[in-house]
Write a new protein. Structure first.
Length: 273
């Protein structure tokens, strides 16, 4: 991988992690076009994912401080209703992690096999993303003020399904939340915060595999530090911009255009790539 490919892939990762168009799907398509083997650039994949998590922490730092402040505020832990709002929010994030944790522990090998099965799968999953975004656009459920624990679990299931390349993590979680009747203003924030632990966990597992690969002499770390740094910075800066932009877009309810985009890219991928 050269510096230009690192720059383009870093920008792509940062933008598509938050926009509802699937970062994994776009990276798979771009890597295929560039002739890059993902297994040979594991360090790059780990770094750009960490960069997008860092961008979330920067953009949503006030919300994160609010959650931790409420967690350490005196309150009644005897019942869920006795907890303050920040603590209930943190519990909902933990609940949302359960499905993706189950998938990661029991189906990791199956998911990795799907990632290596070609771009046709990516195209089909992009069409699924397009359908979800379209359904959420036309859905008009009665809106709830706060996300419940049960809804957090269902949104977590959507996140677990989104491990498939081409199904957008942000798109699937936000669309599911909208169809359940949750307020758009809260969904984007919740969607971005709930992915921080899974992405960091995945990055740590990949780092472990990377270290083991380096120890056994398997290729995977041959990309230079400078090239990796370019990708990291590009992913961080584009991630900051996309995170702020996406929150604004969700409030205005303009997800349908991303659905149209995913449908077009999905069809092109299936027919031509």
């Amino acid at each position: 991988m050269n510096w230009l490919e690192s720059l383009l892939l870093g920008l792509l990762q940062g933008l598509t992690e938050y926009l509802p168009i699937s970062s994994s799907g776009h990276l798979a398509i771009a890597s295929s076009l560039f002739g890059i083997d993902g297994e040979q650039n594991m360090a790059f994949t780990v770094l750009v994912h960490v960069a997008t998590v860092l961008s979330t922490l920067v953009i949503l730092w006030k919300e994160i401080v609010w959650i931790f402040r409420d967690l350490f505020t005196k309150q009644s832990w005897r019942s869920y209703s006795g907890l303050n709002e920040g603590t209930r929010y943190a519990i909902n994030i933990i609940i949302s992690m359960i499905p993706v944790g189950i998938v990661g522990v029991f189906f990791k090998d199956n998911i990795e096999a799907i990632f290596g099965s070609g771009t046709t799968v990516v195209g089909c999953c992009l069409l699924v993303t397009a359908a979800l975004l379209t359904f959420s656009y036309y859905a008009k459920p009665r809106q709830r003020e706060n996300i419940s624990g049960w809804h957090a679990f269902i949104i977590g299931i959507a996140q677990a399904v989104a491990v498939l390349p081409g199904i957008s993590r942000s798109g699937s979680t936000i669309a599911t939340g909208i169809m359940l009747g949750n307020k758009k203003e809260r969904l984007a924030q919740f969607s971005f915060l709930m992915v921080i632990p899974p992405i960091l966990g995945e990055a740590l597992l990949d780092m472990k595999d990377l270290i083991e690969s380096a120890g056994t002499g398997v290729a995977g770390t041959e990309t230079s530090f400078g090239v990796l740094a370019i990708g990291f910075i590009a992913a961080f800066l584009s991630g900051c911009a996309a995170c702020k932009w996406m929150i604004s877009i969700v409030r205005k309810g303009k997800l349908i255009w991303f659905g149209v985009y995913c449908a077009i890219v999905g069809l092109i991928t299936i027919l031509f790539l």
